[in-house]
Design a protein around this ligand. Structure first.
Ligand code: GTB
Length: 221
């Protein structure tokens, strides 16, 4: 009998968000919890993230990465797709349903996440610029347009395409970054979608694990 090690994901050594689970390892942890796959963590400092050993895993020197056997992956879209493809629980059984779930994963990462990240980057890096307020309005209008379309598509359904899938996981995780901004709350069905996703036992386990990890790391180092 061969012993196989657990998949290992890299995470921030110290939480930049105080354990709110907003960094992108959260979606990987959540996917692993959804399929019942235990995992190990490799915490990396900001300095270690940019060092050659980590860049061998992640060319852009970021987290998370995912190592399983001989496979090392470094984009959360690819990582969650990998997990969903190899385990039951995140994709529908039929090929067409699976294709639509993958479609929603790409939509989350390509059509929804970029404008949300743009808003955050501007808030972090451009706050003192004279054009900040004007630009912020423009970016928020673009977010509103996306959320309006998404809200109309979701309607009063629980999930985006039938049962919960990796497409919902990715979309909810992307939208979580807007909780409390007022933008998500303009669409009660989207706010309820995120709350429903966050109420899933697998999400709770992943969230509690990252919070416990960061709490322990903060005390110990
Ligand atoms: N496209 C990549 C993916 O999806 O995997 C993006 C990976 C990425 O942006 N990683 C970030 C990182 O490593 C962490 S998640 N940044 C360090 C660097 O680039 O040097 C982004 C993030 C960080 C912090 C918060 N926060 O504090 O709320 C939220 C999100």
């Amino acid at each position: 009998m061969t012993s196989r090690s657990l998949p290992t994901i890299t995470v921030f050594q110290r939480s930049p968000d105080g354990g709110r689970g907003l960094a992108r390892d959260m979606r990987v942890r959540w996917a692993l919890e959804e399929v019942g796959q235990p995992y190990d963590l490799r915490p990396v400092s900001f300095a270690a993230m940019k060092a050659p050993a980590h860049r061998a895993r992640h060319p852009f020197g970021q987290i998370p990465t995912y190592e399983e056997g001989d496979v090392t992956l470094f984009e959360t879209g690819a990582i969650v797709l990998h997990i969903a493809s190899r385990h039951d629980g995140l994709f529908p059984a039929n090929a067409d349903g699976r294709a639509r779930a993958v479609n929603w994963m790409f939509a989350a990462l390509s059509s929804i996440e970029p404008v949300i990240v743009e808003r955050e980057m501007a808030r972090h890096l451009e706050r003192d610029e004279p054009w900040f307020e004007r630009r912020q309005h423009l970016v928020e209008d673009r977010i509103r347009a996306r959320l309006g379309d998404l809200s109309r598509r979701l309607g009063d359904a629980d999930w985006l395409d039938g049962g919960f899938s990796a497409g919902d996981l990715m979309t909810a995780d992307v939208l979580r970054r807007l909780v409390g901004s007022g933008l998500l709350e303009e669409h009660p069905n989207l706010a309820a979608f995120v709350a429903r996703a966050e109420a899933r036992p697998a999400f709770r386990r992943a969230f509690d694990a990252q919070r416990a990890f960061f709490g322990a790391a903060d005390v110990g180092t």
